[in-house]
Design a protein around this ligand. Sequence first.
Ligand SMILES: [Zn+2]
Length: 67
Amino acid sequence: MSEPTRYQQKSVELPIDPWLLEGTPVNGCGVCIALARQRKEALERGEGAKAFEAAAEIRQHPHGRRV
Ligand SMILES: [Zn+2]
């Protein structure tokens, strides 16, 4: 087994627009709360892409409403 050399280990510092990280978790929505926590933890670790994904999910989440 040969492991490919990972040159992308270094975390890429993306300039992230603040609005990309926005997303208001809805009170009482467990999914949103979990995502908000993920976003915060990702930010603390400097994982901007992950934080962005979590924020996008919050923005897109139907919050239990039936679509
Ligand atoms: Zn939600």
